[in-house]
Design a protein. Structure first.
Length: 163
């Protein structure tokens, strides 16, 4: 007599899934490194390092009426204050930012973008777009749309709580 119970689905091989995940992780890391190299090459003519670029973007997100303090930048960038000082020194020498006293507390220094800094940010955005285009060049429009959906799904995952 034959059984009418449904057959159990074959269990996925945990070792194969683990190998696939390792391969995917390696591919993502290689792509990230490649994107960083390409961005760095596109940013080189601008004369700004990736770290300086990140600091400029963070400063740009603050309200012009209340520019960030050095401590705000260090916290936002998750670096020690000394690292911010070095980045600000370089950007100040390039006339991209300026140190200004806080009107409410003279002991506090705030960092604001200059017109040169805003122009540099525009050039950096263009360099980042050019780097992304270089990476995405082999993909069709449909593939780009699928990739965009996958990246959104991964980016929108809330971060795991830190211990």
């Amino acid at each position: 007599m034959s059984s009418t119970a449904p057959e159990a689905a074959p269990e996925a091989d945990p070792a194969a899934a683990s190998d696939a995940d390792r391969l995917l992780a390696e591919q993502l890391l290689r792509l990230t490194r490649r994107l960083h190299r390409i961005q760095k090459r596109h940013m080189m003519p601008i004369g700004i390092t990736p770290a300086q670029s990140r600091l400029l973007r963070v400063v740009a997100h603050y309200d012009r009426e209340r520019p960030p303090r050095m401590a705000d930048l260090a916290a936002r960038l998750e670096v020690v204050p000394r690292a911010v000082t070095t980045l600000v020194d370089g950007l100040e020498a390039a006339d991209c930012v300026r140190r200004v006293p806080d009107p409410a507390n003279r002991r506090v220094t705030r960092i604001e973008l200059t017109d040169t800094g805003r122009a540099t940010l525009r050039r950096l955005r263009n360099a980042r777009t050019d780097a992304a285009e270089e990476i995405l060049a082999p993909l069709t429009a449909d593939q780009r749309e699928v990739l965009g959906g996958l990246l959104s799904a991964l980016s929108d995952v809330p971060p795991e709580p830190s211990c």
